[in-house]
Write a protein that binds this ligand. Structure first.
Ligand SMILES: [Zn+2]
Ligand SMILES: [Zn+2]
Length: 446
């Protein structure tokens, strides 16, 4: 019966069609190089590989000859003869009309606060409480429901050391612990920061991350609550993260930095990895690191915070729980969020920033993987772009088009709010929030 599968293919060989359709020029070329378009056909995520001329014809609405070839001819066409350098067409974006609240509340900060540098949601306190960093260094707790404000501490903000802008200029970024007891003000795309105990005003840790290519990444930092303690995960070198007790500054991950050089300490553990923005899962069990590897390939990576702080100080280098989700040239500092403590979503379908399709990949990072391999996404949703958030029920993406809501069962677009582009998720208050100067623009999920 299997014999029936075999047939004469467009390449002239008897066999089973392999891969996806190719234009005639890509199919027949046996020398030279063709810069190609990955053309999405509008049926699911089906795509074809078209040369520049065929892609132009497709854009004009003309018929283009595409066909499948055998495995050997596919390998020659896609590995030796041509390379995908851009995407075209559209994938199928499924939509399902569901009710979505259009109620948006605008809450102003009191004028006395002055200009605001950044805000951070206090997720574990009752109500919709925020920590606000004013430009004069004041850290203010702000209840966005009642408007009540309480100035806690004033920091002396250091002018950030000038750095060659690459991704972005150095800018102050505020982090706050779950119950609002500690804050960190760090310099994204810079190399330093400060942790302050908001109950006493004491500076507990002066953060030093080193300046090696620090202008390529937000300062790697996250608070996590573990067994009643607040821990800080922070960059101490371009390729090293540490965990410290936020209250005492005690280091929990004492280890000698591995060396790339033979004869140095632990060369097998050396990682050529520039740590980037960190996102901790809802209960602090895992972490997503949006970092990159020379020469520049974004490699979003996850590992278990629980294992890391329970004693394996190397979990961030080569722990059993470590998962490298994808390899994408020039593609990092992108959207990423946890759906729960096992599933994580990242933006971007493709492997090069010049040929990426808007979309989200979802991984279960608790599933076993073969050594050295990336896990397969459990779901691919074409469409989401920009910043990602999730309450575990839906995936939200925020970009220039506004806020979009995507179903986690099936991936359909279930609602959109044009013109609303939140940058924060207040998990405690179930709100997505955009900061607009001295106002919070708030939208309640569900
Ligand atoms: Zn062609
Ligand atoms: Zn063939």
């Amino acid at each position: 019966m299997h014999m029936n599968y075999s047939k004469m293919l467009s390449c002239g060989h008897q066999g089973v069609p392999f891969g996806y359709p190719l234009c005639t020029h890509v199919r027949v070329a046996r020398e030279g190089y063709l810069s190609c378009v990955r053309w999405y056909t509008g049926r699911g995520l089906d795509s074809e590989r078209l040369c520049g001329d065929c892609a132009a014809a497709r854009r004009r609405g003309e018929a283009v000859d595409v066909a499948l070839v055998c495995e050997a001819c596919f390998a020659i066409a896609t590995e030796d003869i041509s390379e995908v350098t851009s995407v075209g067409g559209q994938p199928e974006i499924r939509t399902r009309d569901e009710a979505i609240s259009k109620t948006i509340v605008r809450t102003l900060f009191p004028e006395s606060m002055g200009p605001v540098l950044d805000v951070a949601p206090i997720n574990e306190l009752f109500g919709a409480k925020w920590l606000v960093l004013a430009s004069n260094g004041a850290l203010v707790r702000f209840d966005s429901d009642s408007g009540v404000c309480e100035q806690l501490v004033t920091l002396t903000l250091q002018a950030a050391a000038p750095a060659e802008p690459w991704w972005s200029r150095v800018n102050a970024r505020l982090h706050v612990s779950g119950r609002g007891e500690f804050a960190a003000v760090v310099n994204d795309y810079g190399c330093d920061g400060t942790i302050v105990d908001l109950r006493t005003g004491a500076i507990t840790i002066s953060l030093e991350g080193g300046n090696y290519k620090s202008n390529t990444v937000p300062y790697a930092f996250a608070f996590v609550d573990a067994n009643g303690r607040t821990l800080a995960i922070h960059r101490t070198k371009w390729n090293r993260l540490d965990v410290s007790d936020a209250a005492t500054g005690a280091l929990l991950t004492t280890r000698e930095s591995p060396s790339a050089l033979p004869g140095g300490p632990d060369p097998g553990r050396y990682r050529d990895y520039f740590h980037g923005a960190l996102v901790v899962s809802p209960h602090g069990r895992r972490i997503l690191d949006d970092g990159w590897i020379w020469h520049p390939v974004g490699v979003p990576t996850t590992w278990s915070v629980e294992r890391w702080i329970a004693g394996n100080v190397w979990e961030s280098e080569d722990g059993e729980s470590r998962r490298r989700l994808a390899w994408r040239s020039y593609y990092w500092n992108r959207g990423g969020c946890w759906l729960d403590d096992a599933r994580v979503a990242i933006t971007g379908i493709g492997d090069d920033d010049e040929a990426m399709l808007d979309g989200a990949l979802i991984f279960d990072v608790t599933a076993p993987v073969k050594a050295g391999q990336c896990p397969e996404p459990t779901m691919t949703i074409p469409g989401p772009a920009g910043t990602l958030f999730s309450d575990g029920v839906s995936l939200f993406s925020a970009d220039a088009k506004g806020l979009s809501r995507w179903s986690l069962s099936g991936g359909a677009l279930t609602g959109r709010i044009a013109g609303f582009r939140p940058g924060y998720y207040h998990r405690g208050a179930c709100e997505l929030v955009q900061r607009d100067g001295s106002a919070l623009i708030r939208w309640r999920i569900g």
